[in-house]
Design a protein around this ligand. Sequence first.
Ligand code: TMP
Length: 237
Amino acid sequence: MEKREQIYEGKAKKVFATDDPERYIVSYKDDATAFNGLKKGTIAGKGIINNRMSNALMKRLEAAGIPTHFVEELSDRETLVKKVKIVPLEVIVRNLSAGSFSKRYGVEEGIVFAEPTVEFSYKNDALADPLLAEDHISALELASKEEVALIRKYALAVDEILTAFWKECGVTLVDFKLEFGKTADGTVILADEISPDTCRLWDAQTGEKLDKDRFRRDLGGVEDAYAEVMKRLLAHG
Ligand code: TMP
C-alpha cells in the first residue's frame, strides 16, 4: 500500500490518499482542541493511544456485525481505512447525563437514563455543530430517512456492545460521538474514531474522569487518564 497526497487535515487526524482508490490512510495527531477549536493544546502520545484504541474497538464492533471503515493498523499512528464520504452528522449516544445535555437542560451530571438517548448534530464547524431534529436532517438533505434509521440502529448497537466491554474494564461509558460514512456503492459504515477524545469514560468505582474532559475542563492528569483507559482496554482485549 503506497501513501499518496494528503486529502484533508482535521483537528486530530490527517487523511491521505493511497494507490488504491477505495482506501485512505488516517494518521492520528497529538493535537487537541475543544469548544469548536477555541481551546488548543497537545496531549503527548494521544495519537498513538487513539489509533490503537479506536482500531481495537472497531474490530470488536465489526466482529459483532457492525460494518466499520477499519482495514489494517499500519503503525503506531497510522491506519488503513475504507474510503468514505462522511455523512455530516455527529451522532451522540448518552447513557448518563453529562456535558452539553446537563448544560442545556439544567441537570446535574451522572443521572443514569432508563434508556440510552440518540441525538444528531450538524457536523459544520462554521455553525459550531448545531443540534438537529430528525426532520431537519431530511430538510437539509444530509441523509435519507432510511439512512438515519440505519445509523440510529447501528449507534444503539455500538452502545450496547461498548457499554458491556467498558464495564468489564471497570469503566462507565457515559456518552460518545460517532460519525458514519458512505462507500462508493452507498453502503453506510462506521467511520472516524472511538477514543477518549470522543467518549466520556468514568471510572466505575470512583467516577474519576478518564477522557478528554480532563483537557476541556483543565482538570490535569490528561496523559495519565488516556494511558489508564488504554491499559484497562489492553488488559481485557
Ligand atoms: P457533549 O456533551 O459536549 O455534547 O458531548 C457528547 C459526547 O460527544 C462526548 O462524549 C464528547 C463527544 N464530542 C466529540 O466527540 N466531539 C465534539 O466536538 C463534541 C462537542 C463532543
